[in-house]
Design a protein around this ligand. Structure first.
Ligand code: FMN
Length: 188
């Protein structure tokens, strides 16, 4: 079966907004990618799923490197601009600089990185996997920075959110009940 981007059964999935920076055939570019996450601890790897029709796809295919900048809660404008036009036709980096956003040069890769993001990962591609209508680029992290004072922007239900109410983990009493059940049903 097909799952459209705005299918009412998938919009409840919550993600970050990854701002993928690249520099290749289309020049310096930035795009929004909801499908981005880290997928290995040792070595640290991050993956992004990109439709081959995007300028970013062509850039990464050629240069085998990308920046994964996680959009901070106060950067929703960045997420919108990066997702609403193609770098094949518009210089989105220049548009964002005009809007007051700042970039810096990464230490290990050519693509620009974004100032004020909650996390900045510089990645070198180690694997490309075709998944249906997208390609997953898996990148080994070669430099990583984070600003833990910031909340990341959350994307759910087609809208942007900031993390709010913290949900408590189960109480000690509930935990003891769960532990007893895990023991009772353990496959010894
Ligand atoms: C919040 C948001 C999330 C998105 N997530 C993805 C994604 O995970 N993969 C993808 O291929 N496109 C995704 N897009 C669409 C691209 O960002 C959009 O088509 C962009 O203009 C492509 O830019 P480029 O041609 O310069 O690479 C998303 C757009 C938005 C606004």
């Amino acid at each position: 079966m097909d799952l459209k981007f705005d299918d009412p059964r998938t919009i409840l999935l919550a993600t970050n907004v990854g701002l993928v920076t690249s520099d290749g055939l289309a020049g310096p570019n930035i795009m929004s990618v909801a499908w981005s996450y880290y997928v290995s601890c040792a070595p640290g790897m991050m993956a992004v799923c990109i439709n081959p029709k995007h300028a970013t796809y062509k850039n990464i295919l050629k240069t085998k490197e990308f920046g994964l900048n996680i959009c901070a809660a106060d950067q929703a404008v960045l997420a919108s601009v990066s997702g609403m036009a193609s770098g094949a036709k518009v210089d989105k980096i220049k548009v964002l600089q005009e809007l007051g956003f700042e970039f810096y040069t990464g230490s290990q890769i050519k693509p620009l990185m974004i100032k004020g993001a909650s996390m900045n990962a510089e990645c070198k591609v180690v694997k490309e996997i075709e998944i249906g209508d997208h390609t997953m680029f898996v990148g080994e992290v070669v430099d990583l920075k984070a600003d833990t004072s910031k909340n990341s922007l959350v994307y759910a239900n087609g809208k942007y959110w900031e993390l709010g109410k913290q949900i408590e983990k189960p109480s000690e009493e509930k935990m003891n009940e769960i532990k007893a059940l895990l023991e009772k049903f353990s496959k010894k």
